[in-house]
Ligand binder design. Structure first.
Ligand SMILES: [Zn+2]
Length: 291
């Protein structure tokens, strides 16, 4: 690569700062939020993974763009974090405790990423860290913000970014942390289905189910991802309990079939994928039974 080319890539603008500053509801720090520029032709879409993650081709002009590193707002001073719309909505009674945990948040994140700086433009390290921080900070949010689902989504996206990190920088234990985050996501997804059923956290309060940014797959997507996570990451050394987990995942998927024909909110894409997953899980259960 010529020096000129490198120079061009360096100066290519990938993000910008929103004009109106944000005030951190926890520490009062004032800062600006960074967003990715989303002009025509910047993002070249590739495929969608079995976890409903959208993949992109690097563009010749801009190189690799990572839309996933921007959605979580992080206060660069106290590291309080939440998705943009939820950021101001911390419960009043939790502000003091959230502030008192500032040092803990800094410390915990440096155990994974020794150097992170949220004053600088986002990169894959701060992007991944933003999701981990938001998992802990949603504990301070009211149930109207569906905190359990937001934790699930953040844990899943963190796991995705850890798999990218593992590819870019192998041998740094990123895969191991990633699997830990997948398991966290699995637990939160399961809990969020439970809360949807009991009414503890209303699913219709969720604005974007994701799981990725480009598309929201609705409640069906949530059910699908929850079952997929159990199938892929819900290992249990005891075959009996593993079978129980998988059977429960099957019941979750059958809720997708039970919710009527495909519609705008339930693309046939999810139905087809769910049928495949149902069959894979059935085969896995058979294997364990005869194993
Ligand atoms: Zn703050």
């Amino acid at each position: 690569m010529s020096d000129k080319h490198t120079e061009e890539k360096k100066s290519y603008k990938v993000s910008f700062y929103l004009k109106n500053p944000i005030t951190c509801p926890v520490c009062g720090n004032i800062f600006k939020k960074e967003e990715m520029l989303t002009g025509r032709g910047r993002l070249i879409t590739k495929d969608i993974t079995d976890e409903l993650r959208r993949r992109y081709e690097p563009s010749k002009k801009a190189g690799e763009l990572m839309p996933l590193i921007y959605p979580v707002t992080v206060c660069p001073s106290c590291y309080y974090s939440a998705y943009h719309d939820d950021f101001p909505n911390i419960k009043d009674e939790y502000i003091e405790i959230a502030l008192s945990q500032k040092v803990k948040r800094h410390h915990d994140i440096t155990l994974i990423f020794p150097i992170v700086d949220f004053k600088k433009p986002r990169n894959i390290f701060t992007g991944t860290a933003s999701y981990i921080l938001s998992v802990s900070c949603y504990a301070f949010h009211p149930k109207e913000s569906t905190p359990t689902f937001m934790k699930a989504l953040s844990a899943l996206r963190a796991a995705w970014l850890f798999s990218d990190l593992e590819q870019k920088y192998p041998g740094q234990n990123y895969e191991k942390v990633g699997i830990f985050m997948y398991k966290k996501a699995m637990g939160f997804y399961e809990q969020s289905i439970e809360y949807a059923q009991t009414g503890e956290e209303r699913i219709d309060n969720i604005k974007h189910f994701g799981p990725d940014l480009d598309k929201s797959y609705g409640f069906e997507g949530l059910l699908y991802v929850a079952s997929m996570l159990v199938y892929k990451y819900g290992d249990d050394p005891d075959p009996e309990s593993r079978i129980k987990m998988l059977e429960s995942a099957k019941r979750t998927i059958s809720k997708i079939f039970g919710r009527g024909k495909s519609s705008k909110s339930k693309p046939s894409f999810i139905l087809d994928r769910s049928k495949d997953l149902y069959e894979e899980i059935t085969a896995k259960i058979e294997e364990l039974k005869t194993g």
